[in-house]
Design a protein around this ligand. Structure first.
Ligand code: SAH
Length: 224
């Protein structure tokens, strides 16, 4: 059965209520849900799986990568609490869907992706859909994007074995980061990391998730 955009929104709201004991609320910020209503997820999935575009599930986007489950996209967006004047860093552009949702809610999104083809395809989509407040880079997100730091929020959409130190450094005091931490292809903890005004960092585990790994590229051999 084909799911439509409004069914996807209803499924997200239902899953939020179902997990309210874990996430500490029974509804997400209405601005986040409005962004989920606006961004056409079907444009971000390959043609052969378009009929499933509005299912509340992750889907393959090629290169062994996935577009995240809509509920997780909405939840992680809510976790970083983007505000209109915010500049947000995303690690793992992938299809660009999460980037597009963020772009509706803040001043500027900076997004880093390792796979050039994915970054290029997402760039083309942003142009077609008229999302003008996104800056993209093909690079290793373990290092964040120091040139534009600090960020009011950071969102990592691949699982890291530990929180990359550079990302903590690039988070503005008062800012929040959402990141799945744990072993690849197994259970990971979706953490919200907060840096207070004094620069002290605290972590809170929100719920169990399963993300593709945040790849650690091998260091280049000397002279290579
Ligand atoms: N936000 C994406 C999710 C994509 S899956 C979406 O909504 O579609 C995670 C992405 O992280 C993949 O595209 C993968 O190539 C990318 N990735 C993995 N390791 C990375 C790294 N070290 N630096 C940058 N991107 C990375």
């Amino acid at each position: 059965m084909r799911n439509h955009h409004q069914d996807m929104i209803r499924d997200i709201e239902e899953e939020v209520r179902y997990t309210s004991h874990l996430i500490g609320k029974d509804a997400l910020d209405p601005r986040v849900m409005e962004a989920m209503r606006k961004v056409p997820r079907d444009r971000f999935v390959p043609d052969d799986i378009k009929p499933a575009a509005f299912e509340n599930v992750p889907l393959p986007i090629g290169h062994g990568q996935t577009i995240s489950q809509p509920y997780i996209v909405a939840l992680m967006t809510d976790m970083v609490a983007p505000q209109p004047q915010h500049r947000i860093l995303e690690v793992g552009t992938g299809s660009g869907y999460q980037t597009a949702v963020l772009s509706q809610l803040c001043e500027r999104v900076y997004t880093v992706e390792l796979v050039e083809e994915l970054s290029r395809a997402a760039c083309e989509l942003f142009r077609e859909l008229g999302y003008g407040n996104i800056e993209m880079r093909v690079a290793d997100g373990w290092h964040g994007w120091p040139e534009h730091a600090p960020y009011d929020g950071i969102l990592v959409t691949a699982a890291a074995p530990r929180i990359p130190e550079a990302l903590i450094e690039q988070l503005r005091p008062g800012g929040r980061m959402a990141i799945p931490v744990g072993r690849p292809y197994s259970h990971q903890d979706l953490l919200v990391v907060q840096k207070d005004e004094q620069g002290r960092v605290s972590k809170k585990n929100i719920l169990g998730v399963a993300f593709v790994p945040l790849v650690e590229p091998a260091p280049r051999a000397a002279g290579a």
